[in-house]
Design a binder for this molecule. Structure first.
Ligand code: NAD
Ligand code: WQD
Length: 346
């Protein structure tokens, strides 16, 4: 396998990007990080160094800044790009659509232009299961129709479409992999890196973790009348370290296959309800998680889980960590870092 190949990681200080940096280093690649720290802390990269013993090159650069991004490409022999940088809060995207399109779509176009200028056409893009909208059935296959329901989801689908168009152009050399993540949760087993949302978390597992450390009083369970086994919403939670391994598998494939645009679901194939997640977290932490049943959250669907077979067949990747380990690792991270990266031991 290519040793010491340099891979640009946009958004590399973020939740998923920081875990992918660890996996890339462990697989013998050199991540070159660019991040504007709009939703992250540089200390996450210090922790990546602590885990791996390697300090990746890091640039405080906004991907919308074509000139500075070009300088990063000029300074490194970048062979491929993993593109995580973007805004990701569904609710916020409905109030700040222009910000979301400008950052997620505009930033991506700038990145792709700079890649072309530097003859780099291998890309892995962070897409989302949100592009499936409310699927007609589960498990969800990559061939299912896309139907987005909010500006955030639309930015993901637009960037996917741009990449499909670029691959389809005559003589295109673009080699791209679109990874549609289901619900990433958990943290590195060291407890040194994890998810550190700004303000009150929107997502279930970070919310539960903050209830557990006493930052929030109780969980509101959004909807208990869905057509699911206990009435609460069912999702495909995937351990972030498994997700990171999926990126390394996709990267290794990129170096071996002819240019085209591929798409893979990254999920476990198993759905768990909100109440099952609460129970698993309680067991992992030994703590009672107080909760109240509340009305449905607008825009939510009853259930969403992946058919992960295509990634297994073509990437040789599948998940290895179960819900118990997801919750144990979330708890270790949150307990060691009750205020996230702002104040923490070690
Ligand atoms: P995150 O917010 O932790 O990471 C995104 C990173 O990008 C942050 O470090 C942020 O500072 C940086 N960033 C944002 N705009 C930037 C810009 N213009 N220039 C440079 N850096 C910028 O989010 P995450 O959970 O790690 O998600 C990573 C990617 O995966 C995102 O594209 C997200 O949409 C996608 N995704 C996430 C989930 C999820 O549930 N976490 C699910 C599906 C897809
Ligand atoms: C999971 C379940 C909620 C919070 C979102 C994005 C998706 C992707 C992943 C980026 C649902 C319930 C939640 C709470 C609750 N992100 N819940 N109380 O909505 O499946 O997916 O993150 O691409 O695009 O939409 O994840 O963690 O918010 O919710 O009861 O305080 O937990 O109703 O059933 P979701 P989530």
């Amino acid at each position: 396998m290519p040793e010491q190949q340099q891979v640009l990681v946009t958004g590399g200080a973020g939740y998923i990007g920081s875990h992918v940096c660890v996996s890339l280093i462990e697989a013998g690649f050199t991540p070159v990080v660019v991040d504007n720290y709009s939703n992250s802390h540089e200390v996450a990269l210090d922790r990546v160094t602590q885990i791996t013993g390697v300090r990746p090159p890091v640039y405080a650069v906004d991907i919308r800044d074509e000139q500075r991004l070009g300088e990063v490409f000029a300074a490194h022999d970048i062979k491929a790009v993993m593109h995580f940088a973007g805004l990701k809060a569904v609710g916020e995207s409905t109030t700040l659509p222009l910000e979301y399109h400008g950052n997620n779509v505009g930033g991506s176009i700038t990145l792709f232009r700079v890649m072309e200028q530097h003859n780099v056409r291998k890309l892995i893009f962070s897409s989302s299961a949100t592009v499936y909208g409310d699927p007609a059935s589960v498990p969800i296959k990559e061939t299912f129709p896309c139907q987005v329901t909010n500006p955030y989801g639309r930015t993901k689908l637009i960037v996917e479409d741009i990449l499909r168009d670029m691959s389809a152009a005559p003589d295109a050399q673009w080699n791209t992999t679109l990874l549609r993540y289901f619900n990433p949760v958990g943290a590195h087993e060291s407890g040194l890196i994890g998810e550190d949302p700004a303000g009150i978390p929107n997502n279930l597992v970070p919310f539960i973790a903050q209830v557990a450390v006493g930052n929030l009083p109780y969980l509101k369970v959004f909807g208990s009348d869905y057509d699911t086994r206990d009435g609460t919403g069912v999702r495909d939670y995937i351990h972030v370290v498994d997700l990171a391994a999926g990126h390394v598998a996709a990267l290794e494939q990129l170096f071996q296959v002819a240019p085209e645009c591929r798409v893979y679901n990254l999920g476990t194939g198993t759905g768990y309800s909100v109440l099952e997640v609460v129970k698993a977290f309680s067991e992992a932490s030994g703590l009672e998680i107080p909760y109240e049943l509340a009305p449905r959250r607008p825009g939510d669907i009853a259930q969403c889980f992946a058919d992960p077979e295509l990634a297994w067949e073509q990437l040789g990747w599948r998940t290895r960590r179960d819900l118990k380990q997801m919750m144990e690792d979330t708890w270790r991270w949150q307990k060691r870092n009750p205020q996230g990266y702002r104040t923490s031991e070690s």
